[in-house]
Design a protein. Structure first.
Length: 204
């Protein structure tokens, strides 16, 4: 039997016949047109389940379902849930692999204690750029946060792997961020030697 995976791309006409000699040869054949297309990688987010409302300060469970609707099995990838209003990442979970037509659901716990902090007055503390930096740092196995009063100050990223830190440094400008050349003080807290007091003597 021919291997169907060797078929050329494009339209094919498939003809079926039967070999018995009968009284009506006109109906001994049928055909169908089939288009052969190249397999593609396509993982879709097919569902997000969440409560209609949640009391601020409570934790809500959010379910995200993804399905491989493409024609190829896929390897490891991440499912990321983001609070787009606040511009922060709620969580990221990995999927080790997903076969064609297979689906899987990842569950996220969303603590709403600081949800959309500042958003009610139109001044989000976490800007979109800093939110993107937090997602990038998490993707690289670290973390990032705003530093200062918020709304456009600076951000600080924490990465323990030098290679990940260099990747963050290279990709940050594409997010609209500028890497600052700063360093912490080497001495830290220290005790200065005392200075002898001088008598207030006026010479005449």
């Amino acid at each position: 039997m021919p291997d169907p995976t060797s078929a050329t791309l494009g339209s094919h006409t498939l003809v079926a016949t039967q070999s018995l000699t009968d009284a009506n040869a006109a109906n001994n054949q049928g055909s169908a047109a089939v288009t052969v297309v190249a397999p593609s990688t396509d993982v879709a987010v097919t569902g997000v389940t969440a409560p209609v409302s949640v009391l601020k300060g409570n934790t809500a469970t959010i379910g995200v379902t993804v399905q491989n609707v493409g024609g190829l099995n896929v390897g490891s990838f991440n499912v990321v849930l983001t609070d787009a209003t606040a511009g922060v990442t709620i969580g990221s979970q990995s999927v080790p692999s997903l076969a064609v037509n297979a689906a899987t659901t990842r569950s996220f716990s969303w603590n709403t204690a600081t949800a959309a902090l500042g958003g009610e007055i139109g001044l989000p503390i976490v800007t979109p750029a800093l939110g993107a930096a937090a997602r990038l740092a998490e993707e690289l196995g670290g973390a990032a946060k705003p530093s200062g009063a918020g709304g456009g100050d600076v951000g600080v990223a924490f990465l323990t792997d030098r290679g990940a830190a260099e990747t963050f440094r290279q990709r940050a400008p594409h997010l609209g961020l500028e890497i600052l050349s700063i360093r912490t003080g080497a001495d830290g807290l220290r005790r200065e030697p005392s200075v002898p007091e001088r008598n207030n003597v006026v010479e005449r």
